[in-house]
Design a protein around this ligand. Structure first.
Ligand SMILES: [Fe+2]
Length: 387
């Protein structure tokens, strides 16, 4: 039995419907949750793919009215959340359906928070700051990686400070997620690679997190295996639905792991970077991942050995320093195989930016569960190595 509060672990998850065609059940779920007028939150790119049409049709077939809010940037902004919440209120909506990647899903969470709590979205930064229950959330993810459809995180950009704000609360775990691998067929190879690496980073960070435990470890390891075995093949065969399904499964498992075990320095540093330069989230993670693994390795060598085994690295005869080297180069090669080779410098960062980036990373909640305790200089060195 656990003998202290720090040993307790929790596990929160939405109702999950997984499989091709899941998106078409949205009308039934919206009706079952008492929906009358639905706010669909999406973005212009997702509208072009046609998936929103399927959602509209399903809602119409079940006799539900809807309004659409699609003014969502790739890194959703505080003012967009406030606009969406105003529309939700003006139109008398009572349920939110998000269709898209992490951006519409995080924006939808923000709209739900604001509509129920009547305060500016930036007031909810941090852990467990939401007091009033938010409207039912029904999510349909169209990327395989962000896992905003299962997580208790919402990440919102503050344009004034050029920072990303992390909102962490059980209140933003959707009521149901309709995970339909077919919707990821419209991702281009770059987005497929970025989101796939994001899923792997979720799993790695969750497995070495100081809040990891048996409820999350199994999901994290299965996700690592699924990404490493399937992502390179998928980037070569983007229309293979079976491979799309494996990546969706990886994303789901990684999401269940990190939503409950939280993340680490890759995400703290990548949130800081993404807020500063408005770069794709998965790309930011990809730029940083092997540098952070190298930095963290000695804080959790046994766990990194399990990760290396899971990635298929022959670890038996390797000393700990050899293993560290092998793991870092394996992750770097995996990124190269899926076409992600950009450095921090190529992404537009200069050395003078690093102190500010590092200061902001240290204020992100994800740094709290990183296995190695970090100060500003530590983080600066990792950014410098990724330049
Ligand atoms: Fe992520």
């Amino acid at each position: 039995m656990p003998n202290s509060i720090s040993n307790l672990r929790k596990f929160v998850a939405p109702e999950i419907i997984f499989g091709v065609g899941a998106r078409k059940t949205v009308g039934n779920f919206a009706r079952n949750f008492g929906g009358q007028r639905v706010l669909i939150v999406t973005d212009p790119g997702v509208i072009k793919t046609g998936w929103v049409e399927d959602v509209k049709r399903s809602l119409e077939e079940t006799g539900l009215e809807y309004r659409i809010f699609s003014n969502v940037s790739p890194n959703p902004r505080a003012e967009e959340v406030m606009q969406g919440a105003a529309l939700y209120h003006e139109e008398g909506c009572n349920l939110i359906v998000a269709v898209g990647g992490g951006s519409p899903m995080d924006c939808a969470k923000g709209i739900g928070i604001v509509s129920a709590n009547n305060q500016h979205i930036l007031m909810f930064e941090g852990v467990d700051r939401i007091h009033s229950p938010i409207p039912p959330l029904v999510f349909i993810p169209t990327t395989a990686g962000t896992s905003a459809d299962v997580s208790q995180f919402a990440i919102i950009s503050d344009q004034d400070t050029r920072m990303k704000v992390s909102i962490v609360s059980k209140a933003v775990v959707p009521d149901v997620t309709l995970i339909d691998p077919e919707t990821t067929l419209t991702m281009d190879p770059f987005l497929t690679a970025c989101t796939g690496i994001d899923a792997m980073v979720h799993a790695v960070e969750a497995f070495v997190s100081t809040a990891s435990g048996p409820l999350t470890d199994m999901h994290a390891l299965e996700a690592i295996k699924l990404v490493s075995e399937n992502l390179p093949k998928l980037v070569q065969n983007p229309s293979d639905v079976a491979l799309r399904e494996q990546l969706m499964l990886a994303s789901l498992k990684a999401g269940l792991a990190f939503s409950n075990a939280i993340l680490g320095a890759v995400h703290a540093m990548s949130h800081s970077l993404g807020g500063f330069l408005d770069l794709p989230h998965g790309l930011c993670n990809s730029i940083l991942v092997e540098r952070v693994i190298d930095y963290n390795f000695n804080a959790s060598p046994d766990r990194f050995r399990v990760i290396a085994d899971t990635l298929g690295i022959e670890t038996k005869n390797l000393s700990t320093p050899q293993l560290q080297k092998a793991l870092v180069s394996h992750v770097s090669e995996l990124k190269q195989r899926v076409g992600l080779t950009q450095t921090l410098g190529e992404a537009g960062v200069v050395k003078a930016d690093i102190p500010e980036l590092s200061g902001n990373a240290l204020t992100d909640p994800c740094i709290l569960t990183n296995p190695r305790k970090s100060n500003k200089r530590d983080v600066e060195v990792v950014y410098e190595e990724a330049l």
